[in-house]
Each structure stands twice: as structure tokens, then as C-alpha cells.
Write a protein that binds this ligand. Sequence first.
Ligand code: PMP
Length: 392
Amino acid sequence: MFSAVESYAGDPILSMVGQFAQDPRSGKVNLGIGLYYDEQGRIPQMRAVARAKAVLHEEQVPCTYLPMEGDEAYRRTVQRFLFAGQDGDHIATIQTLGGSGALKVGADFLKRYFPDSEVWVSDPTWENHVSIFEGAGFKVHRYPYFDPATHGVDFAGMLACFESLPAGSIVLLHPCCHNPTGCDPDRDQWAQLIELIVRRKLIPFVDMAYWGFGEGLDEDAYVVRTLAGRLKAGLICNSFSKIFSLYGERCGSLSVICSHSEEAERVLGQLKFTVRRNYSSPPSHGARIVSTVLQTPALCAEWQAELDEMRTRMQIMRKRLFSLLQSELPGEDFSYLLRQRGMFAYTGLSAGQVAELRETHAVYMLGSGRICVAGANENNVQQIASAIAAVV
Ligand code: PMP
């Protein structure tokens, strides 16, 4: 019966996790997957999360089904936090299974009401964007984004592409800490893009997986909050996987910005229906952790301080890697490491150089040359720099 089923090649990022685990070399370094590691090379349990778990343990809340749209307190708190208390009557927010779940529910919802629209993602992007939108039945195109000559954003190319799109086209945007390049438009460029999106009646689908890893929570939410204030149609999703170190709890949200509150009510109904026929309702434990932290001032302050520590550590690692590489290879320019932001740096190393780094130096990174800077620490940063210098 299933003889025609093809084998699945696997996801390149997730496959690398297995390959790394099986590598017997003691000095191996994993800069592949987008996980935050602390200075000791561990995936942290955040202190605020541990405290929230203790509170929930004491409360002994029964584990019943959540509504299709998720936990009420979570939805309210996340919406207020995302949009900094802007009046949310025209925004329909649901709890989702991480950022991926938000993308999937949003994509299914859009396909139903905009069946002829096509989707545009940055070139390059997190490859699962393409799979999720294609899986929802969309034709997916790429807009110019990364300029290898400057190691920055090809803003003119991006603008020209957006200008040429038909009204109703869906544009996937990373509002901060672009994955995989670490390159973001600046504030002036965002202002131009937002003006263009409004004028050309494009539908922005904003995916914020690294909120707070760029400059800070308020600074990184600039695009999301500006769009929410200006737009009458747009989707915003966010993930708490990285910024709460809660990957496996699957915590995220999807917000659909509407024209007015009555429209938002109807949209919320259709989001619920989309959830109902996908997975019925989201899991509760992670959402309770996140909303407990966000609603409890002392825990929220503690979490934000920890998030600041994570961001600062990654910035320090960028500077360390930059100065070590610059002294190993004074003829090369590694200043892009300092300009790119968030969890990732896009090194421009070729697939051959990446393979040599893995095989000869036990340093793992993606075939595209993307490195997760959180995989670097004081113990391995010299080794990483020397290995990169050896293959360049
Ligand atoms: N969007 C982007 C840009 C991502 O990098 C990721 C995670 N790598 C996601 C969405 C998915 O987030 P989650 O793990 O919460 O599903």
C-alpha cells in the first residue's frame, strides 16, 4: 500500500544534531543549531522559569484541555507585552505551538481567505518558512535580501521587489535578528518598507523568533509595534522557545491585526476553527510558565535581566571572534561579525570550507556558513577562530 512513499532526507539542521552527538572527538564545537548555550556550554534553565515552575507546582492546577485559542491569561498577557499595551481590540491573538505553530495556523488561515495570493520570503531565510507555506498550498518566491559583497542587507533589491508585487501578496519579514544572516534593515529602512507595504496593500507576515536578542525587548519590537499601529491587515507571530529557553514546551503566539474589533472577533473565530482541525487545542504547561513570569513583576524583571545577560554574552562572543580572526588573518575583513545581530552570523564560508571545518577541526556549522554565536564561549572561541583561519 505504501510502496510509493518516498524516504525523507531529513532536515539538514536537525540531522546535524545527530551527527554531532555521534562525533567521538572531545574538542568538538557545535555552532549549527539555533540553541542558546551559556558560557559553560549548557542549555540554561532560566531562573525566572524555575521559580514560575515552583509556583505552578504549589498551585497544583489540573491539566485539562485549553480552549482552541489557548489560555486566556497567556493570550492577554502576551498581547499586552508584544504591543506594549497598545489598544488590542482590533488584534486577534491566539496561543500557538511555538513560532512554527503560529506560522502554520497563519498560513492555513491566509490560504483560505487569499487563495490566489503568493508568498515572498527573504533570500535566504529559515528554510522551514518555505516548507510551511508550500505545505499550506502557497507558491513561495524569494525576495533579494542578503548582499554578499557588503555582508549586509540588499535594501535596494528588497525595495524594488516589494514595489513590483501585486496587492495582496504576502511578505514574510524578520523584524529583528534575521535568521540565518543576522542582518536587519535599520530604522529608516524599516520606515520605508512599512510605508511601501501600506501603500502597495501587501500583507506582512512578521516572524519574531529572537525578540530581545538584538538590542533589547523594546528596541527589537519596533517593527511589530509600528505595524500594529499603522496596519489594518497583517500577521505577527512570536516564539518564546529561545528567549525563555523553553524549546520543548512549544510556546508562541499568532496575532492578526484587523481593521476593527468586530472584524477581529470574526478572525479569532476562524483561527479557532483552523486550530480545531489541526490539533484541537494547545498544550498548557509552557504557557502557564510564560504567563506566570510575564504577569509577576519580580519574575518578569528577573527574566528580562537574564535575557539581557544572554544578549550581552552573544555580543561579547562576536567581539572575541572578530578580534581573534582579525589577528589570525589581518588581511581579511571580519567587521560584519560586529554589524550582524542576534544569534546568528553569516560567515560567507563555502560548503567546502564548512565540510573541512567539520571533518578536520570538529567545528560544526550549517552548509550555508551560518554560525550560532551562542555556541562559542571562552573555552572554545580561540579554537573556532584558528579553525576558521585554517580553512579560509
Ligand atoms: N522562525 C524562525 C525565524 C526561527 O528561526 C525559528 C526557530 N528556529 C522559528 C520560527 C520556529 O520557532 P519554534 O521553535 O518556536 O517553533
